[in-house]
Design a protein around this ligand. Structure first.
Ligand code: FAD
Ligand code: MLT
Ligand code: ZN
Length: 460
């Protein structure tokens, strides 16, 4: 080490793993956004809560920023370090600490991958139901910091719903033990919920006690071809009425084209403008008959023109891949990502307006729609033409975002449904949160992190 301040830290914590290797700085200084040049001071991999507290206290003494870092699958620039910060990676704090079969809770360190939590729950005959394509790499701490959503929100809600307790190191280095797995606790402000979705700006999640639930009954996965945008929510209403839904996701023909080019299998012949992947309970013959009745009714109405139902786990996975593979297939095109939400009832009117706005706003860009339409969350991705400079591309996209926020405001929607504000959506926070709310957020931040060292420049 050549930085005497870092020497001080490693002297105090001889077991703390720290790197200033250029490869590590680049790799750990960025997330999936790839818009900013990583330039952290160092990467620190604490293995204990005491080391996390030590780093925070050291950072306060030296006025150094800390970027809490999970799996860095974030899509809002929340885990990006561009300005001499310490990237505090939770990678080494990745163990299951306890399971309680009576409480049906799993206590884990924050750096455990989502998929490992799902597996640990499964091994114990239970379900941790938050799920999405980044499951193998994203960490529970990152999920909590972003209040991650995913593909099963219509049945199970967001990450927030499953957090029964949290241990958090605040921006002053204090360790808080929040809610301790209690089901009922009316003893004042519930700071646990303040930390969920705080994007690493208040403190570092070091441990979480997660609620588990019973595994769902057997399910079926169906893919539907939908001829027009205005039919999508009619299909959803019909599905909700007739089936017990676990997931209802959509994507466009353009999304399908990218995912097929990326190795997925074409589900059926013919091109259709929209597709829905839905999963629903199919425990018995009655449920299967309801699925058939749903499909026939949509066909009769002309809302669906083709469909496929998976008859094996492999087929179900192949249908899910068409939806879950989209993000990866678009990544080489450096997409500008919109992650917006409106109330479910507002989706049809909002989509109509959005389509008009985007047709005029992006006449020359390829726009790919997909997302969790069943919970009101649309991912509208704009792809960068290969010959266009990145900064110019972002500038043009941000101009359209300024128009989009007016449409969102009219529909009472949000500029970020599940990815977070981070750096990407920071200019538009004021379009969805009032001045009074933002003043309160700043006040809360000042109490939790008086020296402003926690994820500086993000969110606020
Ligand atoms: P990171 O990217 O490392 O960090 C995200 C934010 O959390 C940053 O602000 C960071 O500072 C903070 N943070 C991380 N760990 C901690 C901690 N221990 N304490 C305090 N703050 C912390 N998101 C969805 O919601 N739904 C989806 O369906 C979805 N699908 C995705 C699919 C793909 C293929 C990819 C690449 C991403 C997807 N995402 C999705 C986005 C991303 O996976 C989530 O935001 C995820 O929750 C981020 O977790 P992470 O561990 O990678 O966090
Ligand atoms: C998804 O739903 O696939 C994710 O949120 C990722 C994305 O928006 O690209
Ligand atoms: Zn999503």
């Amino acid at each position: 080490m050549t930085d005497p301040r870092l020497d001080e830290l490693t002297r105090q914590f001889p077991d703390l793993k720290v790197s200033v290797e250029p490869g590590d700085l680049e790799h750990h200084g960025r997330d999936w956004t790839r818009r900013w040049t990583p330039a952290p001071r160092c990467i620190a991999w604490p293995a204990t809560v005491e080391e996390v507290q030590g780093i925070v206290r050291w950072a306060n003494r030296h006025q150094v920023g800390i970027v809490p870092s999970g799996g860095r699958t974030g899509l809002s620039g929340g885990a990006v370090a561009t300005d001499g910060e310490v990237v505090l990676s939770l990678d080494r704090m990745n163990r299951v600490l306890a399971f309680d079969p009576i409480d049906r809770t799993l206590t884990v360190q924050a750096g455990i991958a989502l998929e490992a939590v799902q597996g640990a729950a499964r091994e114990r005959g239970l379900l941790y139901p938050v799920d999405f394509a980044a499951r193998g790499s994203c960490q529970i701490g990152g999920n909590i910091a972003t209040n991650a959503g995913g593909i099963r929100v219509i049945r199970y809600g967001n990450t927030r719903q499953w957090v029964a307790g949290l241990k958090v190191v605040t921006g002053t280095g204090d360790l808080l033990d929040l809610n301790r797995g209690l089901v009922k606790n009316a003893s004042g402000y519930d700071f646990r919920h303040l930390v969920v979705g705080s994007e690493g700006t208040l403190g570092i999640v070091v441990e979480a006690t997660l609620s588990l639930t019973s595994p769902p009954p057997p399910s079926q996965v169906m893919l539907l071809a939908v001829p027009a945008m205005d039919a999508l929510m009619k299909v959803f209403a019909e599905a909700r009425h007739r089936l017990s839904l676990e997931a209802f996701e959509f994507f466009t023909d353009r999304a399908l084209r990218h995912v097929l080019a990326h190795g997925a299998q074409r589900p059926f012949e013919g091109d259709h403008p929209f597709y829905v992947v839905t999963e629903f309970d199919a425990a018995d013959a009655r449920a299967e008959a309801a699925a058939l009745a749903f499909f026939e009714s949509c066909m009769d109405e002309g809302w669906v023109v083709d469909g496929a139902i998976a008859s094996s786990e492999a087929q179900a996975a192949a249908l899910w891949r068409l939806r879950e593979g989209i993000t990866e297939s678009l990544a080489p095109h450096k997409p500008y990502k919109n992650d917006i939400s409106v109330r479910i009832s507002a989706v049809p009117a909002f989509m109509e307006e959005m389509q008009q706005l985007l047709t005029t706003g992006y006449p020359d860009f390829e726009v790919v729609w997909f997302g969790h339409i069943g919970d009101g969350n649309l991912h509208i991705n704009v792809l960068k033409p290969a010959d266009l400079d990145n900064a110019l591309f972002v500038e043009q996209c941000e101009h359209v975002t300024s128009l989009l926020v007016d449409t969102l405001a009219r529909h009472g929607g949000s500029i970020s449904a599940e990815h977070g504000i981070g750096l990407v959506k920071k200019p538009w926070l004021g379009s969805v949160r009032s001045e009074a709310e933002i003043t309160l957020m700043r006040g809360i931040k000042a109490v939790w992190d008086p020296n402003g060292i926690m994820n500086p420049g993000k969110l606020l």
